[in-house]
Design a protein around this ligand. Structure first.
Ligand code: 4AD
Length: 504
């Protein structure tokens, strides 16, 4: 095959009328009489390639007609606009070259269980949903770096092998460091506080490890967290920083990944509403809301809506299954139906869990007592009540980490916040102003039963020019899950590490 200008599918919009070569993998092939409609994917998008019998050698035409999903090939042809092609452009093919055939590719458009897909994650990454999520994750990470780099922050890479617990000793992964017990980083924060006293505004961004015995859809044992830390900032300053930061991420994804959001069925109008100011509640206000009679009514109304939705989905599923049974559907219609059935089954399963949990969550909320940390279900209720992210501030001191600054007007609470993403998603950010008084910090370290000697360098920061300072941490996978509408954060990282399973 003659070499032509190599292009990616994402570059086709500037190539109309020109002959180009695309290289990728066979996503789908639909032979139709004397034509084949071959869908190629190349990592940058999907493109329909139309091959006419007679346009290429017959033997190659026949080989293509029997080529298995995910075979690798190059296709040369003339670019033309075609609204029915997945990316809006198609190739009128003049030549092809098969590089590597694939037979019986294990992941087909039919339904697969999540366990099967995670066992085959090395292949599943090529499928549409993981691909769209991966692209959005890339944008989220780029937007994170852009925001801090453009706002005067210096990147400081904090260590992965750490000597200190930041977020509680019970979730530390211990490693044997040449005979010395060290831990995998739970947070870069304590190191960042030291760096903030040098650079003023800093951030770290890296993998974070928590030996959390939680099997929820919001927990990984290895996740990515970005943490800014700022000298001379108060709680209001932190809230403003966080709302501008989150808004900038969402806007970038809306700008750069609209088609991925559409493919995933994400709630684009809801994302378009994300703008400062976010809702601000104190913990005490949140606790009052949870135990208020109106919340019980709200939960009952939610339950009725969930049940209605389930009935709707079940009837759509029954209709599709009846149509499938009748037979006579074209291959592409069968595949389209299979995808929809898969989606409906997963949505119904999700609704069943929500319906089962609703009364339990309503009861937990009604029984909520001041002093407890907000649980996942409490966060879900508060965030379901709002279509904008919600800051919950001033938690009880005893429910929070030792380093948080006690509120000088009410010693029972700390100057901290969690940011809850809207529509029931829950926490994506945790942050606080840090205790900057040496004696108070020492007292908190002792109260927690930590060895003050281990924290001597951290205490030094309060000895030599202590200043009000604070920061927060945003979890990348939770943010991606919220933006994409993905139910489980294990889908928001290429190779997830879960408490009960590490697949590959
Ligand atoms: O609220 P966290 O524990 O805060 C800290 O680690 C602070 N040291 C941050 C700081 O102030 N510099 O965690 C922050 C965020 C959470 O809101 C969540 O998005 C994410 O990190 N996160 C997890 N994500 C996935 N799996 C887990 N097990 C997570 N634990 C926390």
């Amino acid at each position: 095959m003659e070499e032509h200008i190599k292009k990616t599918i994402s570059e086709l919009k500037d190539q109309i009328g020109k002959e180009v070569t695309l290289s990728g993998w066979l996503y789908n092939n639909r032979p139709s009489g004397k034509l084949q409609f071959l869908i190629l994917r190349d990592g940058s998008g999907l493109c329909q390639c139309v091959i006419e019998r007679g346009g290429i050698p017959d033997a190659l035409y026949d080989a293509l007609a029997h080529l298995g999903q995910e075979s690798s090939l190059s296709v040369t042809g003339t670019v033309r606009a075609e609204p029915r092609s997945p990316g809006g452009y198609e190739l009128a093919v003049t030549g092809t070259q098969i590089h590597g055939t694939a037979t019986d590719y294990p992941i087909t458009p039919k339904e697969h269980g999540i366990d099967f897909l995670l066992q085959n994650r090395h292949l599943h990454l090529r499928s549409q949903r993981p691909w769209c999520i991966g692209r959005i994750r890339h944008t989220v990470i780029d937007a994170i770096r852009r925001f801090f780099n453009d706002n005067g922050f210096t990147l400081v890479d904090t260590p992965i092998f750490t000597t200190l617990a930041g977020e509680g000793e019970q979730t530390l992964f211990e490693v044997d460091y040449f005979g010395q017990p060290l831990h995998l980083a739970q947070t870069g924060q304590l190191y960042l506080e030291s760096a903030a006293m040098s650079f003023g505004r800093v951030y770290c961004f890296g993998p974070t490890f928590r030996a959390e015995k939680s099997k929820t859809r919001r927990h990984l044992t290895e996740f990515w967290m970005v943490e800014p830390e700022v000298a001379y900032i108060d709680l209001n300053g932190l809230l403003e920083l966080a709302e501008h930061f989150v808004t900038s991420i969402v806007r970038r994804v809306l700008r750069d990944n609209r088609s991925e959001l559409e493919t995933l069925g994400a709630d684009i109008p809801a994302l378009e509403k994300i703008a400062p100011p976010f809702v601000r509640l104190t913990y005490t206000e949140a606790a009052d809301i949870l135990t208020h009679r109106k919340t019980k009514d709200f939960m009952e109304q939610q339950l009725a809506e969930l049940r209605d939705q389930k009935v709707k989905f079940e009837s759509e599923l029954a209709d599709i299954e009846a149509r499938d049974k009748k037979g006579g559907l074209k291959k592409w219609q069968q595949e389209k139906n299979a995808r929809r059935v898969q989606q409906l089954r997963s949505d119904i399963a999700e609704l069943e869990v929500k319906i089962e949990n609703n009364p339990k969550h309503a009861q937990l909320a009604a029984d909520f007592r001041w002093g407890k940390d907000l649980g996942g279900s409490d966060e879900t209720i508060i965030s379901t009540m709002h279509d904008k992210p919600v800051f919950v501030t001033h938690y009880p001191k005893n429910a929070k980490a030792f380093y948080m600054k006690a509120d000088r007007t009410n010693d029972k609470v700390v100057e901290n916040f969690d940011l809850l993403a809207p529509a029931g998603f829950g926490e994506i950010i945790g942050g606080s102003v840090r205790e900057d008084d040496y004696d108070r910090l020492m007292a908190r370290i002792r109260e927690e039963g930590y060895n003050p000697q281990h924290y001597s360098w951290y205490l030094d920061l309060r000895k030599y020019g202590s200043v009000p300072h604070g920061g927060f941490g945003l979890g990348v996978e939770r943010t991606v899950a919220w933006i994409t509408g993905e139910k489980h954060i294990r889908q928001c990282i290429a190779f997830p590490r879960l408490m009960d399973k590490v697949y590959l």
